[in-house]
Every structure is written in structure tokens, then in C-alpha cells.
Design a protein around this ligand. Structure first.
Ligand SMILES: Nc1ncnc2c1ncn2[C@@H]1O[C@H](COP(=O)(O)OP(=O)(O)O)[C@@H](O)[C@H]1O
Ligand code: SF4
Ligand SMILES: [Mg+2]
Length: 330
């Protein structure tokens, strides 16, 4: 029986810039289930990092929650974290229930503050004895392949791969149920990407974290990892699907385009013949009318410019927002 751990219901989160809004997350609903790796994919500028901040309720000006709810499973019920302030969510959930590896993780650690200091700060904010948490991080460091002597070193001395492993060790120290990883491997070389993904999957296998939301612009990274996928385009969810089924038969033309661009069996082949989606994601201050993908879609019809397609279930467990799949057109 699949149980949701986190529910996102009709969320709109906009950057308020004077009198205009950047509609970065615009009417998004989905669930993160217990025990799953949920991949979130979309090109740069589609609202993925904004979404990760929404999931954590890490809302800071100019980002505001305009509409919708975010609920997190606590005990037998759900806590509506979107009704709490950022500080409250931070105090009650961050680190303990949900943690994030932010997109800027390479800079998440200040170069001149010893890693031990970050851990001590975590102890202070959760009233945990320092010695207890230091013992924990020493073990966790070894588990992620870092010698604990590095706790006494400065982040600028770390390689990129080591820094990212230090970040995941700290983020998961209190065994949060949900880990959100925003482009965690994008700045790493191939070898360190592999090491990091192995560490991440170990964390899940050992039950240190229950569920993972893995955000990336590179759908290929998720090929061996994700259970289900959420495809984002221009602030909207356009497809939700189990990974295997999506790879076998992508529904939304955008998903098809993403797969054609990057999913080829051999990297050498990929370098030779990339099929890319023409154009770029729109400006989210004034996105296209109707289906936001219509200016780039080879299947676009008149209705696509006029009406917005709703995200509807078309097969068990598969949802798509595209008029090609709605009865109205068929
Ligand atoms: N602090 C900000 N102020 C204004 N606009 C922002 C800010 N951060 C992101 N945006 C805009 O929000 C949109 C989505 O950005 P983002 O969530 O970072 O997308 P992604 O992570 O998919 O690349 C983009 O149009 C981006 O320019
Ligand atoms: S709704 Fe129309 S424009 Fe949008 S993806 Fe489907 S066919 Fe293309
Ligand atoms: Mg991002």
C-alpha cells in the first residue's frame, strides 16, 4: 500500500518583483510517497529549485506562496506546513523530518568555517549534546567515505566530490524522512557523480532517509534511480509517471523531447546525434497562453493556444497535461 509522505495541493508560488510576478510554480499538485525516489525533471528555468523551496516551506522574499497547501505526514496525520511560518517549519521539521541539499551545495559550506562548526550548530538548534552529535558525524563521515579528520578542516581544502559528500552527511545526520536533492551531481565530474549517487542510494537502502526527491535537468541521471517521475515545464507539472513506463512510452511531447535529447544508450552516440527541443523555456512573468509548451510543440493545435490542458490521469498511475490525450480532442 502506497502512502504519501508529502502532499502538494494546487500550489502557486511566485516571485513578487514590484508589480509583476514571476510565476515559477504555478498550480502544481503531486505527492511524494513513502519509500520512493521521486525524480523531478525539466530544463533550467522551469521552477524546480523554487519547488524545492516550496516543499521545505523555505519561502523568503520575493518568493511568496500565493495559493495551495503543502502537507507533511507526522504520526498518523498530516501537518499543513504551508500554514506555518518559515521559522516554525525550520524549528519543527528541518533536519529532523526533511532536509535539503540545495542547488548551490558547492557553496553551502562557507570556505573558511570548519565542518565541525556546522555540526555543532545543528546540535545547538536541536538541543542535542555536542559530543553525541560529533560521535554521530564521525561515523557518518566514514560511511560516506570521508576520514573524520576532515571535520577539523576547512571546506576550501575539500575537493568538489568530498564537499558534496560532507553536505549529504550533515543533511542526513538526524535521519530525516525526506531528503530533497536539488541538482546534487550537476557540478561533479563523472567519477564523483557515481560515488555520490551510490552514497545517496545507500542512505535510502539503510533507512537513514525514507524518501528522496531528486531534482535534475538531466533525465539520464535518474535512469537507474527514480521510481516515479514528475516532469516540470514552465512552472507546471506536465507529466507524472512511473519511471519505467515513462521511458518505454513518454506521453507529453515535452517528455518525449527531453528523452530524445539525452536518453541514448551510448554516450558516444549522444554526442553525435542530439535531437533537441527547438527554442527555450518561456519567461515566467508573461508565459504563453493556453499550453505553455505550445510555441515549441510540433503537435500544437488551435486549442493549445487558447486553453490550458489540465493534468489528468490517462492510465493507472500516469498523468499528463496535454490535449492529445483528452477526449475533447480525440
Ligand atoms: N530570487 C528570484 N527572484 C526572481 N525570480 C527568480 C528568483 N529565483 C528564480 N527566479 C525565476 O524563477 C523561475 C524558475 O527558476 P528556478 O526555480 O530556479 O528554476 P530551475 O531550478 O528549474 O532552473 C526562473 O524564471 C527564474 O528566473
Ligand atoms: S497541449 Fe498541445 S501544445 Fe501542449 S503539449 Fe499537448 S499538443 Fe503540444
Ligand atoms: Mg534549479
Amino acid at each position: 500500500m502506497v502512502e504519501p509522505l508529502l502532499k502538494v495541493e494546487g500550489v502557486r508560488a511566485y516571485y513578487k518583483l514590484g508589480r509583476v510576478f514571476v510565476r515559477a510554480v504555478d498550480g502544481v499538485s503531486f505527492e511524494v510517497n513513502e519509500g520512493e525516489v521521486l525524480g523531478v525533471v525539466g530544463e533550467s528555468g522551469c521552477g524546480k529549485s523554487t519547488l524545492s523551496n516550496v516543499l521545505m516551506m523555505n519561502l523568503r522574499k520575493p518568493l511568496v506562496l500565493v495559493e495551495g497547501r503543502v502537507l507533511f505526514k507526522m504520526g498518523n496525520g498530516f501537518l499543513e506546513i504551508s500554514s506555518l511560518g518559515r521559522e516554525e517549519v525550520k524549528k519543527r521539521l528541518w533536519g529532523k523530518e526533511m532536509a535539503v541539499i540545495p542547488q548551490s551545495a558547492m557553496n553551502a559550506l562557507m570556505p573558511t568555517i570548519k565542518v565541525r562548526k556546522y555540526v555543532e550548530h545543528l546540535a545547538e538548534s536541536h538541543n542535542i549534546p555536542k559530543e553525541e552529535i560529533l560521535e554521530k558525524i564521525r561515523i557518518r563521515f566514514q560511511e560516506v567515505g570521508l576520514d573524520p579528520v576532515w571535520l577539523e578542516r576547512y571546506p576550501f581544502e575539500f575537493s568538489g566530490g568530498m564537499r558534496q559528500r560532507a553536505v549529504i552527511a550533515i543533511a542526513t545526520l538526524l535521519n530525516p524522512q525526506l531528503l530533497i536533492a536539488d541538482e546534487p551531481t550537476s557540478a561533479l565530474d563523472v567519477v564523483n557523480q557515481k560515488i555520490f549517487l551510490k552514497v545517496l542510494m545507500q542512505m535510502k537502502k539503510r533507512g537513514i532517509v525514507k524518501s528522496i526527491v531528486f531534482i535534475t535537468h538531466d533525465i539520464a541521471t535518474l535512469r537507474q534511480m527514480a521510481d516515479r517521475m514528475v516532469v516540470m515545464y514552465a512552472g507546471k507539472v506536465v507529466e507524472v509517471s512511473p519511471l519505467e513506463e515513462m521511458l518505454r512510452k513518454p506521453l507529453h511531447p515535452y517528455t518525449k523531447g527531453l528523452l530524445d535529447s539525452v536518453l541514448t544508450p551510448e554516450p558516444e552516440v549522444k554526442d553525435r546525434g542530439i535531437t533537441t527541443i527547438p527554442g527555450a523555456p518561456p519567461n515566467l512573468i508573461d508565459p504563453p497562453t493556453g499550453c505553455r509548451f505550445h510555441p515549441r510543440c510540433t503537435y500544437a493545435m488551435k486549442v493549445c493556444r487558447e486553453k490550458e490542458p489540465a493534468l489528468v490521469e490517462v492510465e493507472k498511475g500516469r498523468k499528463v497535461a496535454c490535449f492529445l490525450f483528452t477526449e475533447e480532442i480525440a
